[in-house]
Design a protein around this ligand. Structure first.
Ligand code: CDP
Ligand code: MG
Length: 833
């Protein structure tokens, strides 16, 4: 039956191919070179309009042949044993039962909302159902399915998973594209990309003409990019009646999205999960007999002042916790130790000892099965890993396999997390909330939930980003718990009391309400979506108008928007760089002022992450390494730069591993920075700021002149400026917005009594338990005057003011005039077309 059909189809193909000039069987009607040269960040998404150099009828024929070939190939692959085994796995997933209903709904509706418990097969199956259906119905050539993912790591792992389910190599029919990395060819029909990549794609293809089906995944997370995309899609739908949009959500708030799209139909995939037992802190303490000490070791600090402040907040917390609250009636029944422990417990702290004991308890007393531990961030993960290593019981590598999992982890070596461990070896995964919904580890039976996640918030009044571990929402807690019951009944160890759970918010605030909006505003402008305020008013939950105003003000200050809030040519350049606008501007200035290499390196570190690592109990050694890189520059950015240059030198001598080890640097981060530098260089050449044919020396005349490098840093980081003042013997720091701030202890500038220059520019200021300035660089008033943001003549006519009058510099009229002329010239260079 089917073999005969296949042969017939092959003959049919051959006949058609014979009519065409030189296409041969089994190859898509495209150039070889297109197929071969598709490994790189600049690859564009697959294009529905297949390269068209022949007449319309011939190109229709080409497409038809391509569709037939896709179908033949799919059927051939289906017959292989591997794929058959995969198929029987797939058929067991809850999503499989909904296949027909889902495909029907996709065919009949422009927008569809699908919800279902994590692991039911939304991400891996739904896009695949469409793909298979389109190919089977000989619409393969015209189908271009895109599925967006909020995170890089899930885009890759899902694309790889589907490829193996189909029996193909990654990058054939199914590919991925994330910043800096992509795998796919013009044959690719299903592409997983980060939401950010798709948003950038909209600049060239505002109607998404190259897309037939768009699946937006993990919308329940309410990430800023996803919320932004939803506004765009709602406006776009009337213009693209043939476009199919499928929104996928893990939790039960599907109604919200359905309403947003005019009551779009929803499909719920019922879960196939096993029951999960909930244990709260009180139960965990009884079981483990762990005694919480009043001083936790997780957020320990050196300064006496901070410690007392923390104790104060702890007291407040406990008061709030138990006073006037009807404490669980069980409470009385708990042992004295448990009660003492509960009283010592504070929601403000995370006790890693308790986490460790809980893991040990599970390993000693519970049956087989992987343990998934939710922690707040990399810091806790690496500390706990270190503790486990020296734990007499858990540290036995023949019995336990402890693995970290977090969002910015290198893209290699994640396989271990998904693989079943060897028999008699227990897998313990220490994860951030990335494992909550976007990544599924199958064999988890025990979940240990600390109940917190590091959450950013934005204080629009003080223009201040905040990052504090805070309680997760009930929806997240439910999500985390659900990870335990995937293969058999499971247990969720919640390391917080039941009353805390009852007090948790239903859902987390969407990101759009928790972050500064300048990058988003720039994006809105570059997509020509009209006035930022009125566009954002259409969001599911519109951001505060003050936050919008702050973003626009900042973009004006750095010269990306003009007084009419329209993009300047500089603004256009900054839109093409997938970077925070400040960092983008620093790159442009680096190219203009012949410090390209330092600018590339510093931009890469700021955009990705600091290459310095922090092994436990090594703070002093790490600080010493940083300070030796910084020399006498008073600059964390110069320290980064010198560390990277040292790494490059070491690499030339093939001793980069030793170099990294000796200097507390992450080779993976440094490698990533190297890749990013190359990508930035390409982008700078695309927008005409660098002519690559001239070679690197043409842009690096001042690369070793640190004063020049600091001036370029100032140009990029402005208006992130703090003033250094003296109070008695000490240096203290002030900003216009929030007054006194603290240099973070990890900075090379921390604890210094004096600075040679009166200002500091910084790349990040975050309120945690204090307002901290992270990486900073000491700069002069001349750097500010010549390279900083807009100047205004002072009211007296003598001198110049900056930062809305916060800084005042006296200068004679002629000097003021000269500075203005110089800056006018510089603006021309930045705004060249
Ligand atoms: O998106 P959703 O959470 O609904 O589920 P999914 O990511 O499509 O995963 C469905 C199933 O595929 C999971 O339960 C895993 O068993 C399996 N899977 C896997 O083995 N490896 C992956 N990289 C992804 C999924
Ligand atoms: Mg999913």
């Amino acid at each position: 039956g089917s073999t005969q059909k296949e042969i017939q189809m092959s003959k049919e193909t051959e006949r058609r191919v014979g009519n065409l000039l030189n296409s041969s069987q089994g190859k898509a009607p495209v150039n070889d070179s297109d197929v071969a040269s598709n490994q790189g960040a600049k690859q564009s998404l697959p294009n529905a309009k297949v390269a068209n150099t022949v007449s319309t009828s011939e190109s229709d024929l080409e497409k038809e042949i391509f569709s037939v070939q896709l179908k033949e190939r799919q059927e051939k692959l289906k017959a292989s044993n591997n794929v058959k085994a995969m198929q029987s796995f797939r058929e067991k997933l809850p999503a499989f039962k909904m296949k027909a209903e889902f495909l029907k709904a996709v065919a009949e509706n422009q927008v569809l909302v699908v919800s279902g418990e994590t692991g039911c097969g939304k991400t891996t199956q739904l896009p695949q159902f469409i793909l298979e259906e389109e190919i089977s119905c000989l619409r393969g050539a015209d189908c271009n399915i895109i599925c967006t993912q909020p995170r890089r790591i899930s885009a890759i792992s899902v694309a790889a998973r589907i490829s193996s389910e189909r029996g193909e190599n990654l990058g054939e029919t199914v590919g991925y594209q994330i910043r800096l990395e992509s795998k796919g060819t013009v044959q690719t029909r299903l592409l997983f990309c980060t939401t950010g990549v798709l948003l950038r794609r909209l600049v060239e293809d505002p109607d998404l003409n190259c897309v037939s089906h768009l699946l937006v995944d993990e919308i329940h997370e309410r990430g800023m990019n996803e919320d932004f995309l939803l506004i765009i899609l709602r406006d776009l739908l009337p213009r693209r009646p043939d476009l199919r949009v499928i929104l996928m959500s893990a939790t039960i708030n599907a109604d919200l999205f359905s309403k947003y799209f005019g009551n779009a139909p929803t499909i719920h995939i019922p879960g196939l999960t096993f029951p999960v037992v909930d244990l709260f802190l009180e139960d965990v303490l009884e079981k483990t007999r762990y005694k919480i000490k009043s001083e936790s070791d997780s957020f320990q600090v050196n300064s006496r002042r901070r410690r007392s402040r923390e104790q104060d907040s702890k007291k407040d917390h406990l008061t709030a916790l138990y006073e006037g609250v009807d404490v669980d009636s069980n409470y009385k029944n708990y042992s004295t130790t448990t009660r003492a422990s509960l009283e010592a417990w504070s929601g403000a702290l995370l006790d890693l000892g308790l986490v460790e004991s809980t893991i040990e308890y599970i390993c000693r007393h519970e049956g087989d099965g992987a343990i998934l531990v939710f922690l707040t961030g990399w810091n806790d993960i690496s500390k706990l890993l270190d503790r486990i290593k020296v734990n007499k019981f858990l540290g036995d590598p023949s019995k336990f396999l402890a693995l970290p999992l977090h969002g910015s982890m290198p893209t290699v070596n994640q396989r271990e997390i998904f693989d079943r461990p060897p028999p008699n070896k227990r897998k313990i995964v220490l994860a951030t909330n990335i494992a909550e919904s976007s990544i599924t580890i199958d064999d988890v039976v025990y979940v240990v939930d600390c109940g917190k996640a590091k959450e950013t918030s934005y204080d629009a009044l003080n223009k201040l980003a905040c990052l504090l571990p805070s309680w997760i929402s009930k929806a997240s807690a439910h999500q985390r718990r659900g990870r335990a019951g995937r293969v058999q009944p499971g247990v969720c160890y919640k390391l917080y009391p039941r009353i805390i759970h009852d007090a948790m918010l239903q859902y987390q605030l969407p990101e759009i309400l928790r972050t500064p909006l300048q990058e988003l505003c720039l994006h809105i402008k570059s997509l020509q979506l009209g006035a930022v305020g009125s566009f954002l008013a259409k969001a599911l939950q519109p951001p505060d108008s003050l936050a919008v105003q702050n973003a626009i003000e900042l973009l004006k200050t750095i010269g990306a928007l003009d007084d009419m809030e329209e993009l300047t040519p500089l603004g256009h350049h900054l839109c093409t760089l997938p970077l925070d606008p400040n960092i983008g501007k620093m790159l442009l200035m680096g190219a203009i002022f012949q410090c390209l290499n330092p600018a590339l390196t510093i931009a890469a570190a700021l955009a990705h992450r600091n290459p310095f690592v922090l092994p436990i109990n090594m703070t002093e050694e790490v600080d010493a390494a940083k300070r030796s890189f910084a020399g006498d520059s008073c600059s964390d950015h110069i320290a980064l730069l010198k560390a990277f240059e040292g790494y490059k030198d070491a690499k030339r001598n093939r001793r980069e591993r030793d170099f990294c080890w000796e200097n507390f640097l992450s080779p993976i981060t440094l490698q990533m920075m190297e890749d990013m530098r190359n990508q930035f260089l390409d982008l700078l050449s695309d927008i005409g700021f660098v002519d690559k044919s001239k070679g690197p020396s043409a842009y690096n005349q001042y690369s070793h002149d640190l004063e020049m490098v600091c001036a370029v840093l100032c140009a990029g980081l402005y208006p992130n400026v703090v003033q250094c003042k003296r109070r008695g013997k000490r240096a203290v720091f002030y900003t216009k917005e929030v007054g006194q701030v603290t240099i973070h202890p990890s900075s090379v500038n921390a604890g210094k009594f004096t600075f040679p220059l009166p200002y500091m520019v910084y790349s990040e200021m975050v309120k945690t338990n204090n307002i901290f300035v992270y990486d900073s660089t000491n700069i002069s008033e001349y750097a500010l005057l010549l390279f900083g943001g807009s100047l205004t003549p002072s009211k007296t006519g003598e001198g110049i003011e900056m930062l809305g009058g916060y800084l005042h510099f006296s200068a004679s009229k002629s000097v003021v005039e000269l500075i203005r002329k110089l800056r006018g010239q510089l603006d021309k260079l930045l705004n060249k077309k």
